[in-house]
Ligand binder design. Structure first.
Ligand SMILES: [Zn+2]
Length: 281
């Protein structure tokens, strides 16, 4: 088997001549392990074409998916957090905000914008999990409150896309006040007769679930999203019982009457347009 023998020893390809597969060219579904090109994954709105797994996407990607030709105007883009409690855990809070800003290019855990979606005006507030777990601090609350004000003043429907671990511990009580503030603004929106659709994505938990995320005229969710207030471990320890299968999944929550419907992200824009078209005055 002389032909099978490596004649030269060692790997001698110089580093600069090695062919590498560029990162970010392929996507592998974490559920069913199907591999597709990133271009195909993007074309499918970041949903697995095989099993329907919804990949987590950021606020900017939702804007691109929803607004016509990706055109929108962002509201309060420069608002950043103060440090009202002078809070320090493993780092000081302002340092944590600064390093997260640097890593993500975001100013806080929500982005708000208005534009046209399927030819109709729409205000969207989309949370971004990359910014301290999508936690709700005073900037998140204030930006959502102002987006609701904008929707009310301009008589434009409001869509909230939640993806959050809950209140931001570094702002403690200030975070909790955002629940009351956003809820009060939504009450004014309802009084003015402007439709509000709340889309719950994976995960929507804590103070976000306990306030604006569950106050929609329509509460809808992405398939498989974790939706709950406290985590399953905490609940299990509190009630001392095993939890049912699929507990806190969007499908479970729908079956128990907390959601109106579950929507595949590939159909989100069209279904939203149909829904808003129906309730238009
Ligand atoms: Zn899959």
């Amino acid at each position: 088997m002389a032909w099978f023998k490596r004649q030269e020893k060692g790997i001698i390809t110089p580093t600069e001549q090695k062919k590498e597969t560029p990162d970010g060219l392929w996507y592998k579904c974490p559920e069913c392990k199907t591999v597709v090109t990133m271009a195909e994954h993007r074309r499918l709105s970041y949903v697995c074409g095989n099993c329907g797994h919804h990949d987590r996407i950021d606020a900017g990607t939702y804007f691109e998916l929803l607004f016509d030709d990706g055109q929108f105007e962002e509201l309060d883009a420069a608002m950043t957090s103060a440090d009202p409690l002078v809070f320090t855990d493993t780092k000081a809070y302002p340092q944590r905000v600064q390093s997260t800003e640097k890593n993500t290019g975001l100013k806080d855990a929500v982005r708000t914008a208005h534009g046209q979606s399927a030819g109709q005006p729409l205000v969207v507030a989309a949370m971004d999990f990359r910014f301290i777990g999508g936690s709700m601090g005073s900037v998140v609350g204030e930006k959502i409150a102002r987006a609701i004000d904008y929707a009310r003043q301009n008589r434009v429907p409001f869509l909230m896309i939640s993806r959050s671990g809950g209140a931001r511990m570094m702002e403690a009580g200030y975070s909790l006040m955002q629940m009351a503030k956003t809820s009060a603004k939504l009450a004014l929106l309802a009084e003015a007769g402007i439709p509000y659709v709340s889309l719950l994505t994976d995960p929507t938990t804590g103070g976000v679930t306990a306030s604006f995320a569950m106050l929609g005229d329509f509460n809808i969710a992405e398939p498989g999203a974790l939706i709950g207030f406290a985590g399953p471990r905490v609940i299990k320890e509190t009630i001392g019982k095993d939890l049912p299968k699929g507990f806190q999944s969007a499908e479970f929550v729908l079956e128990h009457g907390f959601l109106d419907f579950i929507v595949d992200r590939r159909e989100l824009k069209q279904r939203l347009a149909n829904l808003l078209g129906m309730v238009k005055k």
